[in-house]
Design a protein around this ligand. Structure first.
Ligand code: NAD
Length: 463
């Protein structure tokens, strides 16, 4: 472990020298790196498909949609907007400072560390890298060891396609991450769990390094059966997709649980079952359309959630698990105990509790009484309920009548609040995340007021 710190200290010194050389500040360098990312994703597409299938059992269509396609879109968006983002903006000044002018100049932060997660190993590594490069930084990436084929491909491909003097990958697990955290970076961008987020923030505090924490939480979906104008068929398809369709439920903004009116719960459960069957067939494991659970530890954790008192008896659909394939069926639970772990911890898997309430308005208080989620979803066209949900709950984002889709919008900031993290990125927010907006003021010598200078006397106060 010490050897890694010792070894990497030298690399960090070199990376800082590269940053200080000014190379990464050049627009031409930033563009060449963004183009390098585009080439990497085009030319290594089949390797990426294979790695995502190997580590996560992701179908290549899902892999393209969630990782390759979104990264290509984001890199193109950054390329198209780079000139605008890099340009300084004029700022107004008070009359008292006449004659003078001012502007805001974005400057890169320096050498930044990106620590990423395994569930979208390419997307969650490259989205921050795109922002860091666009903003002119030098980058060190530490991908997750839990997706080893993806981690190794990231390391090889980044070495082949990007400027290796300024963008480096360090592979490894918690020990390697902690070794890196003992060094001084100019920014740390972390995606992962709340528990490790605390470790990252504590380590960063020692150097007063700014951090962005992209964490998780329990994202609720409020399903309002009294909504007058909703398309149940589309809503059910989107709910099923929002739960099981992105990395088999192992997604930070995937639906964690549903809140609905008690009297409609049987209808909802019936509809959910119908659309699960429509989507994944009678044998979901054979559909190849649901990613596997990342590893045995998480598989056993999910199984354990189902085995707690009162939880097993609440299963109304699915529930079978296949350890050799690390696969758990899409599972629906009706009113599991609220004090069971399944309702207290982030599920991060294909288990979907449906919690019933007398009225749908109670959902606002239900959500407010719990830690702030990364996303809140509302399947309703009832504008009053929408307003109550927007103003009565706090979350990183709120989306009505769909799920997860907000992640792909370059114009929307993505990030958490409270326990789901802080700091935001995507599109120009990624550029801002890795920049400092420096206030630059220029004064002239034409006018000068004596009252601003000592020695002080009361006459100067009267002026
Ligand atoms: P994790 O916190 O276990 O690991 C994340 C990263 O931290 C990995 O690179 C890992 O190697 C490193 N790490 C693990 N233990 C460490 C330690 N003790 N010290 C230093 N570094 C350590 O999280 P995970 O299992 O990769 O991901 C699951 C969590 O991440 C969930 O809570 C999920 O909601 C969240 N997540 C959030 C987002 C988001 O965009 N907000 C995206 C994906 C996942």
């Amino acid at each position: 472990m010490e050897a890694i710190v010792g070894g990497f200290e030298g690399d960090l010194k070199e990376l800082r020298e590269v940053f200080n050389s000014g190379k990464t500040r050049e627009a031409s360098w930033r563009k060449s790196q963004l183009q390098g990312i585009l080439s990497l994703f085009k030319e290594r597409e089949s390797d990426i498909f294979k790695a995502l299938n190997q580590d996560l059992g992701k179908h290549h269509v899902e892999a393209y949609r969630d990782e390759i396609g979104t990264v290509i879109k984001s890199a193109n968006y950054a390329l198209g907007n780079l000139k605008k983002w890099m340009s300084s903006k004029r700022a107004k000044l008070p009359l008292a400072s006449f004659p003078s002018s001012a502007k805001l100049v974005p400057e890169p932060l320096g050498v930044v560390l990106v620590i990423s997660s395994w569930n979208f190993p390419f997307g969650l590594s490259f989205e921050p890298i795109i922002g860091a490069i666009a903003a002119g930084n030098v980058v060190v990436l530490k991908p997750s060891e839990l997706a080893p084929t993806c981690s190794s491909l990231l390391a090889n491909a980044i070495r082949d396609y990007l400027d290796n003097s300024a963008v480096k990958v360090v592979e490894g697990g918690p020990h390697v991450a902690q070794s890196l955290l003992r060094l001084k970076f100019d920014k740390i961008f972390f995606t992962g769990s709340e528990k490790v987020g605390e470790i990252v923030m504590t380590a960063a505090a020692k150097f007063l390094t700014p951090v962005t924490l992209e964490l998780g939480g329990k994202c609720p979906a409020v399903v309002d059966f009294i909504s007058s104008s909703w398309d149940k068929k589309i809503a059910m398809k989107r709910i099923i997709w929002g739960k099981y369709g992105a990395c088999g439920g192992q997604a930070c903004i995937g639906i964690d649980y549903i809140l609905t009116q008690k009297k409609f719960a049987p209808t909802l459960v019936e509809l959910l079952q119908k659309y699960i069957k429509n989507t994944f067939g009678d044998n979901p494991m054979e559909s190849q359309s649901i990613a596997k659970i990342i590893n045995k530890k998480h598989f056993l954790r999910l199984k354990g959630l189902l085995e707690e008192p009162g939880v097993k008896s609440s299963i109304v659909y699915g529930g079978k698990s296949y350890e050799e394939n690390l696969f758990i069926e899409p599972t629906i639970l009706l009113d599991p105990p609220l004090d069971a772990s399944i309702m207290k911890e982030e599920i991060f898997g294909p288990l979907l509790p449906v919690i019933t309430l007398e009225t749908i308005e109670e959902s606002v208080e239900f959500i407010r009484a719990r830690p702030k989620p990364l996303a809140v979803y509302g399947f309703t066209n009832n504008e009053n309920l929408q307003k109550k949900m927007i103003s009565g709950t706090s979350s990183g984002c709120i989306t009505f009548n769909d799920a997860i889709i907000q992640y792909a919008a370059d114009t929307l900031p993505f990030g958490g609040v409270g326990g789901s993290g802080f700091g935001r990125y995507h599109g120009k927010y990624s550029f801002e995340n890795f920049s400092h907006e420096k206030a630059v003021m220029k004064r002239g010598y034409l006018i000068d007021f004596g009252f601003r200078y000592p020695p002080w006397n009361n006459k100067k106060l009267q002026l």
